[in-house]
Design a protein around this ligand. Sequence first.
Ligand SMILES: Cc1cc2nc3c(=O)[nH]c(=O)nc-3n(C[C@H](O)[C@H](O)[C@H](O)COP(=O)(O)OP(=O)(O)OC[C@H]3O[C@@H](n4cnc5c(N)ncnc54)[C@H](O)[C@@H]3O)c2cc1C
Ligand SMILES: NC(=O)c1ccc[n+]([C@@H]2O[C@H](COP(=O)([O-])OP(=O)(O)OC[C@H]3O[C@@H](n4cnc5c(N)ncnc54)[C@H](O)[C@@H]3O)[C@@H](O)[C@H]2O)c1
Length: 465
Amino acid sequence: MPDSYDVVIIGSGQAGNPLATALADAGRRVVLIEEYLLGGSCINYGCSPVKTMLASAERAHQVRTAVDFGVLADAPRVDMAAVVARKDVVIGAMREGVRKNLTQEHPGITVLAGRAVFTGPHSVRVALETGPEKELTAPLIFINTGTRAAIPEVDGLAETGFLTTTELLDLPELPEHLLILGGGYIGLEFGQMYRRFGSRVTIIESGEQVLEHEDADVCATLQELLEAEGVEFVLGAKAYRASKGAGGQITVAARTSSGERRLRGTHLLIATGRTPNSDKLNLSAAGVRVDEQGYIQVNSRLQTNVRGIYALGDVHGGPQFTHLSYDDYRIVRDALLGGKSRSARQRPLPYAVFTDPQLGRIGLSEAQAREKKIAYRVAVMPVSNIGRARETGRLGGFFKVLVDAKDQIIGAAILCAEGGEIMTMLQLAMTGRLKYQVLQQMIFAHPLWAEALNNAFAKLKEPKK
Ligand SMILES: Cc1cc2nc3c(=O)[nH]c(=O)nc-3n(C[C@H](O)[C@H](O)[C@H](O)COP(=O)(O)OP(=O)(O)OC[C@H]3O[C@@H](n4cnc5c(N)ncnc54)[C@H](O)[C@@H]3O)c2cc1C
Ligand SMILES: NC(=O)c1ccc[n+]([C@@H]2O[C@H](COP(=O)([O-])OP(=O)(O)OC[C@H]3O[C@@H](n4cnc5c(N)ncnc54)[C@H](O)[C@@H]3O)[C@@H](O)[C@H]2O)c1
């Protein structure tokens, strides 16, 4: 006999966990199934471990550049095992918090360790870690199974051996020369991090610029700043073969516009995007539709084509961020418990790339504004104009803010130390529909980074044709 519940949640991701607690608090009998680690990718092998290790890399950078600030220090020696151990302590505490919340603080939740597969539209089978299988039924099923690294088709890749971020984050030694396939979020954050730890780093990107969706000026400046730290880039590179030499050296062969390249290193990180964890769910048993890449198709309320089955977070496609998965939870919670209807298609999309300087992004890029034929003016201000930047020696980058015909801010790219935080102020202004002049006239405490918003709009210009 299957065990019957009110709600089945598959995956302990950024939507599944809070949804489990909210529905249990509302008196529903909830079962949450996780095949690997409670807390999902963000806590265990995504955002948090990366940002924790980036903090170690920043320390190394500060020591290396201390002399510029009149502080004498020997060259930093990085103990990767200790860096990884520190990360494990930080994320271990986070994971423990999730475990306690789900298993001790909410008696209405049953947590099962194992892989879930559909056996019908309202039933799943769980292959429990402890051995036996369990059959479950529920009228409501939420899929929050996330993604994994997409592995590109490059001859010889499997035999050569490669790392994904999950393995690299646990590597207790420093790669001598890290090759990174992909110059997106992961490529840039890991590229700078390992360079600062002391590796030689080469980023091999198939596109003509890093961060494929950003304006070319933003990407070029960020690339230059990373190059100044010694990160090497090979752009427009179509990698077609990987091989490993007798001495363990890895070679990636790539075609570029300037000819054939053979890129050699000691380790290879694959960072070419993600693929959804929908293929092992036996979705056909439930009749749930996916797109050609395997992302689960949902409507603006996150419902799949099968009544009672929802997909939340990265597994339904679109931008992949923790805060969006969490917002998916809020949309579903408010619909089920509050009778409110909000669309997942009309929400702001803030994000930050955690390089140094950070790139904080909100709203339209210049290319998107052009594509949508929106009349705009653009203000560009170098970070080196900012007092705080001069004081701290963090001079790289620029603010770029777009304003529409009604003086409303419609988009920003803030490439600056704490660029994510500054972007968030602009997001607040956008949400409150403040005209840019309000920020221009606001009294900010001196000398904060925020103060730069007084001057950022001084040179608002029509875009170049
Ligand atoms: C290296 C890296 C860095 C990142 N940095 C950031 C960042 O700085 N900021 C940001 O916003 N986003 C970042 N992201 C993206 C972010 O981690 C995800 O968008 C976010 O975690 C949302 O995930 P999710 O809720 O969809 O599911 P996840 O958190 O991925 O959870 C899915 C869970 O489902 C489980 N599962 C899968 N299939 C089954 C099954 N059949 N049965 C049972 N369980 C199953 C998995 O084991 C996993 O625990 C990063 C991602 C990576 C890889
Ligand atoms: N700070 C953050 O918010 C953050 C940080 C890390 C990851 N993430 C999330 O994780 C996701 C995955 O990150 P990612 O960097 O793997 O993906 P991405 O989509 O950001 O970048 C992948 C890059 O790889 C390139 N590429 C694709 N195939 C290639 C090939 N065969 N050879 C060389 N280059 C190739 C693409 O052109 C692209 O620039 C992101 O979409 C993001 O949502 C977010």
